[in-house]
Design a protein around this ligand. Sequence first.
Ligand code: GTP
Length: 553
Amino acid sequence: MRRRSTLSKEALASRLAALQRRFIDQLPERMQRLREALCPPAGQEACLSTARALTHGLSGSGGTFGFPEISDAARALSNALQRHDEHHPPEAVQPLLEALQAAVSKALRQGDTTPRPLVERKASAPADAALPVLLISADQALAGELRLKLGHFGYAVRAFDTVAAALGHAGEDSPLALIVDSDFTDDEKGGVQALTEHPFPAPRKPPLVFISARDDFEARLAGVRNGGQAYFTRPVEIPALAATLDTLTERIPPMPPRVLIIEDDENVSRFYAETLDASGVVPTCLTDPTRLAQALSESRPDLILMDLYLPGCDGIELASLIRQQDAYVSIPIVFLSSETAEEQQLLALKSGADDYLTKPVDPTRLVSVICSRARRAGVLREHIDHDSLTGLLNHGRLEERLELELLRSKRLGHPLAFAMIDLDHFKSVNDSHGHAAGDQVLRALARLLQSRLRRTDVAGRYGGEEFALILTDTDGASAQRILEPLRKEFAALSHLADGASFHVSFSCGIADFPTHPDAPSLATAADDALYDAKERGRNRIELAPSPHARPAA
Ligand SMILES: Nc1nc2c(ncn2[C@@H]2O[C@H](COP(=O)(O)OP(=O)(O)OP(=O)(O)O)[C@@H](O)[C@H]2O)c(=O)[nH]1
């Protein structure tokens, strides 16, 4: 599995130091422009709008780069320039300009101030390591079922019937998760509490998952109070439990949250980007608000971090513009500004913003506000965008992704393959083994697709027993070669229902870009190829011919 590389503390410090250096290097030129705007050479007029923009920029960025005196002096000058005629600076401007110059000169002398403290990224569990799990349950049947079925998902379950027995072995097993089957009755409570009250006999206390026959408020609350990070009611849905274990053990690392930074000062924007990047967030910077639509559709952010003052329009207008589009109604927007007036902050929040950070923002606060909001928004979006049975992208989102990936392929001149997969004789699977067994088959295929495809590929549930795949940078023939082993592996997979074992196969149709130039023609061609695969006997993959190919004589 590919992972994002972790930026070391030293590497981040050196990148931030470089940005700070750039900020310092630009100070003389910024001051020169400010002087020209406020005290123009004889025969020229002052230009207060330019001076306001320059002082505003300095007040926002000074503190960010460790020079709060520059921010304070620039803000004082900026305030003095408000409500004055464009070409007539107030008399008080000279001492304020000199105070700013003094702060700037001090920064230039100071030169190499160290950047602020950084936040370290959390290490995650290795992707392919064996995953020991401890189970505490007095129910032998449940223990046997979990051992067998979680074993299919790569977990080695070791079961104990009491907390004391499990704790006795936890030191040697170093489990990555602990599953406790409990009904939180008075008898048992002592045992469950022992988990939280006694030091865990391993270097790291593993995440705790409760399984219970109870689904009432008191039992769920007891689960939370005893440190449970997940709660399942019996009968346990094993794939859902396995998916939760995957997340808690970080076997499948969560997608890093994406943040779009809209800030016209490139230096400041890069500072936020570097700080967030070091905390596991994927930042995209936008300095020109007129390119907002493209940035939103390409970066698909979980959160927008936006300056309140931007060239051409202000942040409040931009937030309203974003909120007026259905697709972006739920994206959290956090404003950043050196504006401390409460009235202005309230206005920003009224326009649809979710939070307001005052510049200069301490990097630790920036990371904590942005990461927690972006992660929660990401989880919410995962639920909205994904099919609840298989966890794959739903039909609507898959179509959006196809449009987006096509745009990218066109721009880069790369091929793209679109594949449609349909389970064979699935009606008879449901009829013979029951709908629940049919659902298990759908999940098994989804899991196989997720585990075998590259992270850049996209898998979705197109409809009932139909799936679709987008394989980027891949032509049709290569896609066929990639999917052939998957087809064989799936057909060889044994499914179990009521003690009986059975097999299911799938048929697949593939079409590619640029042979088929747009989303509708790709989908139609892949669907036709799928129909051919069914006609030719099922359990096979067909590649759509080029629409320009001459039919065989
Ligand atoms: N278990 C389960 N079955 C589903 C789901 N969605 C659709 N199906 C079933 O999938 C079956 C599709 O049947 P058909 O379209 O007749 O096709 P088929 O039996 O797969 O036959 P071929 O596609 O021709 O090989 C129907 O019985 C649907 O009820 C689902 O979410 N769960």
